[in-house]
Ligand binder design. Sequence first.
Ligand SMILES: *Cc1c(COP(=O)(O)O)cnc(C)c1O
Length: 397
Amino acid sequence: MTDFTITRSHFLLPPGVVYLDGNSLGPPTVSTAGALARRVEEEWGRQLIQSWNTAGWMTQPRQLGDRIGPLIGAPPGSVVVGDTLSIKVFQALAATLDLNPRRRVILSDTGNFPSDLYIAQNLVRMLDRGHSLRLVSPEAVLASIDEEVAVVLLTEVDYRSARRHDMKAITRRAHEAGALTVWDLAHSTGAIPVNVLDAEADFAAGCTYKYLNAGPGAPAFVYVSEKHLGRIRPALSGWLGHEAPFSFDLDYRAGPGIDRMVVATPSVLAMPALQAALSVWDGVSIDDVRAASIALSELFISEVERRCPELVLASPRTPAERGSHVSFRHDEGGAVMQALIARGVIGDFRAPNMMRFGITPLYIGEREIRAAVDVVEDVLTRRLWTAPAYQRKAFVT
Ligand SMILES: *Cc1c(COP(=O)(O)O)cnc(C)c1O
């Protein structure tokens, strides 16, 4: 059994704050700052460039990839860390179009995160080989997978509503139709159990700054199924994805296995924060996290619905169909959220009317959920959100 009093003690959170935005940016761990300082002072500062070898800087993207692997059911050697999620989606998507050269359709849905869609749109334009991006509603995905589809590109858990796709069923249908899959796990990794092997996912990618708590701008990760690893030609063929980077050949030769998904110099200064954040998961079962997340989400939903009838649930009512955040609609959701944040209940807002609350059992328990609902009720019944200060939109919501 996971001990959530221990996991909570690993996080640094300001007193008096109920942090319900771990679905967007997880909090730092207690050991994050020290780990970063050691990297700068002891490694970079003392051993300077030698640290690439002596401090294992170059191998860390693979090492941390293998640490993320178990959280998504991926075997060692199939995950590597680096770049950003959008870049990893680009690489994975480009690889699938290469692997499925006779097909021309990228199938995605209107619930997908815009960056994934923008990346797909521009890839189509760059390739200039008659590809197209076909967008359907989330409910229509399964029925829209036909013999034209090269790849199904989806985010498993919807960033707005938390609606969850059936990764296994969609992947099975895609394979039956001769298509490949790219799964964006931004709102899945560290939030819900994922098993890329069991689902037979071809490619998957995710970020580490949401439920993995590695900090703003932390590097992303990409998973490639063993079935494709030796065959893909990476679209971003940087020197560190080369078979022998330090031979400085004039021609690109893809590196072995997952190494070829590395593009270039890793963000070495960001890695200690990721390493520190991943160590929180030692002794933690993602099944326990999921069970606690469902219990807390159910409590939050039932209390909000009972006490705040103005809020309309925007997430699926059935726990199995949700990720690990809960969204409610309110016409003035942006102002309401600002009033909540001013009172220490931090969630976020997605236009046009969606208020999101991330449920992260590693550091949120029943006490925090009940305290948050008290504040939500107070802000709504006393219409505290109507204050002029809350009517302005911030650049980042
Ligand atoms: C957060 C998120 C991203 C962000 O991509 P970055 O490249 O890290 O900025 C991408 N996809 C989804 C589904 C997300 O939720």
